[in-house]
Write a protein that binds this ligand. Structure first.
Ligand code: PRX
Length: 664
């Protein structure tokens, strides 16, 4: 394999054309797109004639209660974009009723519970009844269109039922990842102004119970506006706290309701959900997604990127608490009437072949996971994979962080048996669905590149300083998108100014993704990682400011600075530098207390892998911490610190470098 260097990083240029099995299937339908020429023609139409493209696609993909007469309004410059603005639809009707009325026995969800061997199935007919009964429960709480409901649940089908029940009534859901701490949950419940929380008694992961309801109770001590907590019985542990009349058991409440509830048609632009994500400040942003454009994006990308056909069984291992779970466990698959696997466990329980047994047992045809999981499973050796029959797989996907060529090659060869398409999909919470991605059957892959834009997405690489668009190939800069697309976020809940300032104002006329990127000599896109204060740990986005403020919350901490350190397994790991207040002694007990503080305030996903107590941090003369220096030092690039003229006390550098090399 030959290599070339862009941006000081090694980029693979091995090219893998689509396997003939995908482009010319025997006994199966042809892929939706089976050549680059077809991709290019459709892409060209989506850019040059968006009205006819999106009218056709939106009518083919979704069922409209009232047809739209206009495809889109507004611009990135003004931040007022809207899609299918006069169209009306109901998301739950599109995701459930359409398929339940045609084929009620079709399987909507395969639920792989934490313990192996306990899988169950939910058909579209059953799903309709469950969604309707729950929607009637929510109505009985007095909830009406436009109100927000918080969902804090394990990976069980009822989490999807809760989302769809909200959608049926035009309620806005906000799913909070059930690994977040009580204070993170409280912050989101308050910001979203939720009056109702849907949860479970406990979760189970890798055989270990999680105190889900107890965490909710702790959170709600600071959320006086929450009136009802609906509790699904997952484990049945009798000692779980229950405070009637605020708390209501799910099974009792649904038993009292009729299993039909008419869907409430909403505007395509009415919000479907808020999803909190980390930004460059300490306060998470409630990203707002709409009913029409978002659902279209989720369904359309899944159909083309994973080449979904009737009878396929799609498995995305992401948690419902992240955008990947929203778009590719729930909304995308159901918008297509496909079968989606809900995986409650972890990839190494009871051993490292759990994913692959899952593929074998449920005859999974498309599988979607994160590079971190791929890297971790690769370490366990090929045997765990090769002992399982993975012959049903056609497309295997990766999401959330750059996939290094070694992991890509292992995924392709060992998991995919060199007979599958590997799709490295680039997107974000804010984009709603894939924006840069290969199409199986069409795109020749280059390991580590997300390849080309999806339909309707017009990309640009900008000079970070001048904002000038870099033309031609073989360029590097920051990634931007030049025109609105249907599934893009419309605002941040309660803070449109922050939306404009974060995404649209930095480079007027463009959506700024926050990532560095290159376009190579063949026009392939390569994502270079975040250019802001966001770090990506195992495909989870963390704000350095959020971790810093959790640390500052501890009485011993004077100052903190958090940066991402390169990590073989998780891509990046959290590295925290802390100075102490007078009177506190630097020792290991205090260090573990500080790490615990972050876990308690945010959740285990924010655990600093390294915490270094220092006497001083590198600062400018005006007292601003120079994080760039810390980033370079933890990356082992202390010899490339660049311009140090602004550093107020250069004498601290040697101590810092020594401490880092001792700690990492
Ligand atoms: O930095 C990019 C990285 O993940 C960020 C988005 O994170 P989040 O909103 O949590 O969504 C994750 C799942 C969609 C991006 O700004 N990222 C995502 N996918 C890729 C990626 N980096 C490189 N390659 C990818 N395929």
């Amino acid at each position: 394999m030959t290599t070339t260097t862009i941006d000081e990083k090694v980029t693979s240029v091995a090219v893998y054309p689509p396997h003939p099995r995908l482009a010319n299937p025997e006994g199966r339908e042809k892929p939706w797109v089976s050549s680059m020429a077809e991709y290019k023609a459709l892409y060209k139409e989506s850019i040059e004639d968006p009205t006819s493209f999106w009218t056709r696609i939106a009518n083919e993909t979704l069922s409209w209660d009232r047809p739209f007469s206009q495809v889109s309004l507004g611009s990135l410059k003004n931040g007022d974009m809207a899609w299918f603005p006069d169209g009306r639809l109901n998301v739950a009707y599109n995701c459930v009723d359409r398929w339940a009325s045609k084929d009620p026995n079709r399987v909507a969800f395969v639920y792989e519970a934490d313990e192996p061997g306990q899988a169950t199935k939910v058909t579209y007919g059953e799903l309709l009844a469950q969604v309707c009964s729950l929607a009637n429960v929510l109505s009985s709480f007095g909830l009406r269109k436009g109100e927000t409901v918080a969902i804090y649940m394990p990976m069980i089908p009822e989490a999807a039922v809760a989302m769809l029940a909200c959608a049926r009534l035009g309620l806005v859901h906000t799913v909070v990842f059930a690994g977040f701490s009580s204070s993170s949950l409280a912050e989101r419940v308050i910001d979203a102004r939720a009056r109702v929380v849907i949860t479970a008694d406990e979760g189970l992961r890798g055989g270990r119970p999680i105190r889900t309801k107890a965490i909710v109770d702790e959170a709600l001590k600071t959320c006086p506006d929450v009136e009802k907590v609906l509790v699904f019985r997952r484990t049945g542990n009798e000692s779980v706290p229950f405070n009637a009349p605020r708390d209501v058991w799910w099974h009792e409440a649904v038993a009292a309701q009729r299993p039909y509830c008419p869907p409430v048609p909403v505007s395509a632009e009415d919000p479907l959900f808020l999803l909190y994500t980390s930004g460059s400040t300490g306060k998470p942003k409630g990203v707002v997604h709409t009913s029409g454009g978002y659902l279209l994006g989720a369904g359309l990308t899944l159909k083309y990127v994973f080449d979904i056909h009737d009878g396929d069984v799609f498995c995305c291992t992401a948690d419902i608490g992240w955008i990947t779970g929203h778009s590719y466990v729930v909304y995308g698959p159901l918008a297509l009437g496909a079968t989606s696997v809900i995986f409650e466990s972890v990839p190494t329980y009871p051993d490292a072949s759990r994913y692959w047994r899952l593929v074998e047992e449920h005859k999974i045809t498309q599988f979607y996971t994160a590079p971190t999981a791929i890297r971790a499973l690769r370490r366990h050796g090929d045997d765990f994979v090769t002992r399982c029959d993975l012959s049903t797989l056609r497309v295997i996907g990766s999401v959330g962080e750059p996939i290094n060529p070694e992991a890509w090659t292992w995924y392709n060869e060992v998991v995919g048996g060199s007979r599958c398409a590997v799709v490295d999909t680039y997107w974000q919470t804010e984009t709603g669905s894939h924006v840069i991605t290969p199409l199986p059957g069409a795109t020749p892959a280059k390991p580590g590149s997300a390849t080309f834009p999806f339909f309707g997405v017009e990309l640009a690489i900008l000079d970070p300083t001048t904002g000038v668009e870099l033309q031609g190939d073989d360029v590097s800069g920051v990634l931007a998108i030049k025109r609105p697309w249907p599934s893009m976020a419309r605002t941040i809940a309660g803070d449109h100014k922050r939306f404009l300032d974060t995404y649209l104002n930095p480079y007027p006329g463009y959506y700024f993704a926050g990532d560095g990127a290159s376009r190579d000599a063949d026009g392939y896109y390569w994502i270079r990682g975040r250019v802001d204060d966001v770090i990506n740990v195992s495909g989870h986005r963390m704000s350095t400011a959020e971790v810093e403020s959790a640390l500052i919350g501890h009485k011993a901490v004077a100052e903190s600075a958090v940066v991402g350190a390169p990590d073989e397994l998780s891509g990046q790991a959290i590295c925290a530098f802390v100075t102490l207040k007078d009177g506190f002694e630097a020792n290991d007990v205090l260090k573990s207390e500080l790490v615990k503080e972050v876990r308690t305030r945010i959740g285990p996903i924010a655990t600093p892998k390294t915490l270094i107590l220092v006497d001083d941090l590198p600062k400018t003369r005006s007292g601003k911490i120079i994080r760039r220096i810390l980033r370079k030092v933890v990356a082992g690039e202390a010899d490339q610190l660049g311009d140090l003229s602004t550093l107020s006390d250069p004498s601290i550098l040697d101590v810092l470098i020594n401490k880092v090399s001792a700690a990492l």
